[in-house]
Each structure stands twice: as C-alpha cells, then as structure tokens.
Design a protein around this ligand. Structure first.
Ligand SMILES: NC(=O)c1ccc[n+]([C@@H]2O[C@H](COP(=O)([O-])OP(=O)(O)OC[C@H]3O[C@@H](n4cnc5c(N)ncnc54)[C@H](OP(=O)(O)O)[C@@H]3O)[C@@H](O)[C@H]2O)c1
Length: 212
C-alpha cells in the first residue's frame, strides 16, 4: 500500500512515518524542508505547501495513493490558510484524484462547540473554528472514506500503548500513542466514516479501536 503523510516532519507525522515504514508500507512524506527526513527504501519525499492552489496540490499527489494522512498544522500561526483551507484542499485533491481513504488528525471537541468555553480550549478559539469547519467539510462535503481522530493535548512522553476513547473530558496523549492509533486506524475498516476522541487511558489501542 502507498500512503501519503501530509506533515511528515511534524512531531506526530515523523513518528507516524516511522511506524508505517516499520509495517512495510510505501510512504510518501511531505515537508517543505530540503533534507530527506527518513533513510529507507520505502520512503520518498514530496515538497508540498498546502497554501498553494488546489490544482497544483492535486498535481503533486499521485493517483495511485491508497490513503492520505493529514497530520499537518500551522501551530497557530496561519490557521485559516493551513489548518482550514489547506486541509480542505487536500481533501478535494484526494477526491478528484480518486483516492478514497483519508485519515485526519484533529483535536478533542472539534465538532462539539458546547465544550469550547472549557479552560485550555477558549484560548485556542481561532484554531478550533478552523479544525471545526475542516472536519465538517470532511464529514458533510466529501465522499471520502474518512476517519477523524480527535486527540487531546500532545505530550512528548513515553508511549503507554493504552487509550481512553470518546471520554466526556479532554485529556493528554503521548505523541507516540497518537501515532500508533493513527497507524492502527489504517486497516480498521470499522473506523471508516467515524469520528472519535482519544486520550491516554486504560485500554490497549487495538482493543479500543476494534470496539468503535
Ligand atoms: N498540540 C497539541 O496539543 C494538539 C492536540 C490535538 C491535536 N493537534 C493537532 O496535531 C497536529 C500535529 O501536531 P504536531 O505537534 O505533530 O505538529 P508540528 O510538529 O508543528 O508539525 C506541523 C507539520 O505541519 C506541516 N506544515 C505546516 N505548514 C504547512 C504548509 N503550509 N504546507 C504543508 N505542510 C505544512 C509542517 O511541515 P514543514 O516541514 O513543511 O514545516 C509539519 O510537518 C497539529 O497541527 C494539531 O492540528 C495538536
């Protein structure tokens, strides 16, 4: 299988690429950096800027790609162009290139505006609005086989291998556990057309995903 990871240089993206390569997938990673990020025969790199127009993004994406991960983000610097419009253009490009599977890393409560006054979210309102409408587009305006993984706060700490899915509270995640969850979603057809939230918890990742 040939997998495109949009945002391969990121904290989640780089860990996700490592896991996909370990599982013997052919991986194309995107970054605007020049140096090659991974030295692996199954890895190739694409210099993709998602602020470009949709047609040029589409031309850069091979039609024989089996699945796209979106793990890019502006880190709050350009939420409209990157987290919203950039994301939607990759969805449109995927659809127009006949690619069905699309896995989005989003944020906890992106689709539940009633939680947006919670501490920790209120300060990120612009970002939340952008993730909200990007996720809405994926669910309501695309025919993609999407999965939306809504992670709580990302932390640079050791993997636990365990998660709580769809809890009513926001929590924290080891970045490696988020990458493992994203990788596990790829072949879990029960996650197609599903949105779920995750935080570190008590259930083995594969078990949690199987129950969705
Ligand atoms: N921080 C949290 O606590 C948290 C919680 C839940 C969900 N999330 C989501 O998780 C995502 C990933 O987080 P992270 O910490 O792994 O991100 P990160 O380390 O900041 O990486 C961001 C990635 O986005 C890419 N990117 C930025 N602007 C781009 C552009 N114009 N065109 C193409 N690619 C672009 C970067 O690629 P280049 O190499 O080209 O710069 C990089 O690969 C976040 O964006 C956020 O939506 C975050």
């Amino acid at each position: 299988m040939k997998i495109l990871v949009v945002g391969a240089s990121g904290r989640v993206g780089s860990d996700l690429v490592k896991q996909l390569l370990k599982d013997n997938y052919q991986v194309i990673g995107t970054t605007r950096q020049e140096e090659k990020l991974f030295n692996d025969d199954n890895y190739s790199q694409l210099d993709l800027d998602i602020t470009a127009d949709k047609d040029s993004i589409q031309k850069q994406i091979d039609k024989d790609i089996d699945a796209i991960y979106f793990v890019a983000g502006s880190g709050g610097k350009d939420v409209l162009e990157v987290d919203l419009h950039g994301a939607v253009k990759t969805m449109q490009a995927a659809e127009d290139n006949g690619i069905k599977r699309y896995i989005m890393l989003s944020t906890v409560f992106s689709l539940d505006t009633s939680k947006w006054n919670n501490p920790g979210i209120a300060d990120l309102k612009q970002y939340y609005i952008c993730k909200h409408y990007a996720d809405q587009w994926l669910v309501n305006n695309s025919s993609l086989d999407y999965t939306i993984v809504q992670a709580g706060a990302l932390k640079e700490r050791a993997a636990t291998g365990k998660v709580t899915i769809n809890d009513d509270s926001a929590g924290e995640n080891s970045i490696k556990d988020v990458a493992t969850t994203l990788a596990a979603v790829l072949n879990a057809n029960n996650t197609i057309k599903k949105v779920f939230s995750m935080q570190n918890g008590e259930t083995a990742i594969d078990e949690g995903i199987a129950k969705l």
